[in-house]
Design a protein around this ligand. Structure first.
Ligand SMILES: Cc1cc2nc3c(=O)[nH]c(=O)nc-3n(C[C@H](O)[C@H](O)[C@H](O)COP(=O)(O)O)c2cc1C
Length: 193
């Protein structure tokens, strides 16, 4: 089994990456492969389209998704949103019914508003949200700060274990013949017709 992890920060090895690594460590300990893709820096270089294509190719085979973003002005960083808007628009069947977790990293404030925005993506794609012992956030300006945020570290580790458990439950369900419900074509209305 594999989980794709999206680092929406322009800093490839910053706080968001550190938080994702903590989640990855627990998934790996449970025998689940992880791949962290640094997409924020790709967006900064004008490579959004390529990054989305590469991430979707990985997502096709992946069983779960973790999205991480730093908080900028109390919202997800623009680079993360730019990537996510395209990734989820094009994702379709490769996302449906696969568990997803979202993670926010901030120095101090804006984490819950950021998680609220991030959670909007998987919850319109029939993806079960994975939770932890608190909202999925870490605090820090540097990776060292994040590692000193003991509660944040614990939240990430618990998140990784919870995601591993859910993935294994889904796998066991499939082995017992429990497939995801059939896709229902969306009825799109615009309140006029
Ligand atoms: C442009 C900008 C805006 C930021 N806005 C906030 C903010 O609103 N609240 C906050 O707590 N931290 C804010 N920060 C700090 C980052 O969210 C924080 O350092 C985060 O952990 C960085 O993650 P990263 O290293 O993965 O990029 C901001 C940083 C930048 C560069």
């Amino acid at each position: 089994m594999k989980v794709l992890m999206i680092n929406g920060s322009r800093r490839d090895a910053g706080c968001t990456y550190t938080a994702l690594s903590l989640v990855a460590k627990e998934l790996n300990a449970a025998g689940i492969e992880t791949e962290i893709m640094n997409v924020g820096s790709r967006v900064m270089k004008g490579e959004t389209k390529e990054a989305v294509k590469e991430a979707l190719a990985v997502m096709k085979e992946a069983d779960g998704l973790v999205i991480g973003a730093p908080v900028y002005y109390a919202s997800p960083a623009g680079e993360a949103l730019m990537f996510l808007d395209r990734f989820f628009w094009d994702g379709g069947d490769d996302l449906r019914c696969k568990p997803c977790a979202t993670v926010a990293s901030a120095r101090r404030a804006g984490t819950t508003a950021t998680l609220d925005a991030l959670n909007k993506y998987p919850t319109i794609c029939e993806m079960p949200l994975v939770s932890s012992s608190y909202w999925n956030m870490v605090h820090g300006f540097t990776p060292k700060d994040v590692m000193q945020d003991l509660e944040g570290v614990q939240i990430m580790e618990t998140l990784g274990r919870n995601m591993a458990w859910l993935l294994k439950c889904i796998e066991a369900g499939k082995a017992a013949g429990m497939e995801p419900p059939a896709y229902t074509k969306k009825t799109l209305t615009n309140f006029i017709r």
